[in-house]
Design a protein around this ligand. Structure first.
Ligand SMILES: [Zn+2]
Ligand SMILES: [Zn+2]
Length: 163
């Protein structure tokens, strides 16, 4: 909704204007990622996605997979300031793992979200830390989260999980 350079429908005075302004920029929340399925705190980073090192499930970072982000919607990531990690669309081959300078490929992960007033994610940052040696890396830097319009309603129709 709304183009990038849109202004509010009209001017708002101080008190109300400041409250609306705070809602406009959204709420920021940051968490250390814990796998919701197996409780692991270690992940591999491949082509924008985070895979749990414990159970191998993807967390849904590139597409807003609803089981990874309950209550959200399918999305696409768009770069803001920094480019997104490279990706090969349509490829069934596994991509390159991100590795720390010492070659490890399993990380602790911090996620930061910008949430709109209705709790939808509209910005996403992912940081990695190698637990073996402590290297830190900003993997996804303030990506914009845009609702994906093309995906059919498979979430409700599919019902049960594939397991
Ligand atoms: Zn897991
Ligand atoms: Zn390392």
């Amino acid at each position: 909704m709304g183009s990038g350079d849109a202004w509010s429908a009209g001017p708002l005075d101080g008190t109300e204007g400041r409250a609306v302004l705070l809602r406009l920029v959204g709420t920021v929340e940051a968490v250390l990622l814990i796998c919701r399925w197996c409780g692991s705190e270690e992940f591999e980073a491949v082509e924008r996605e985070l895979f749990c090192f414990g159970c191998c499930l993807p967390m849904g970072v590139p597409d807003g997979w609803e089981e990874g982000f309950p209550g959200q919607f399918p999305w696409n990531l768009e770069p803001s300031r920094a480019p997104l990690p490279a990706r090969t669309p349509g490829s069934s081959e596994p991509g390159e793992n991100r590795r720390c300078p010492e070659g490890h490929r399993v990380f602790e992960v911090a996620l930061a979200f910008v949430l709109t007033n209705d709790r939808r994610i509209h910005g996403l940052t992912v940081g990695l830390r190698c637990p073996d040696d402590g290297w830190l890396h900003l993997y996804i830097d303030k990506a914009r989260v845009l609702p994906a319009e093309s995906r059919p309603h498979e979430s409700e129709a599919a019902g049960g999980s594939p397991m």
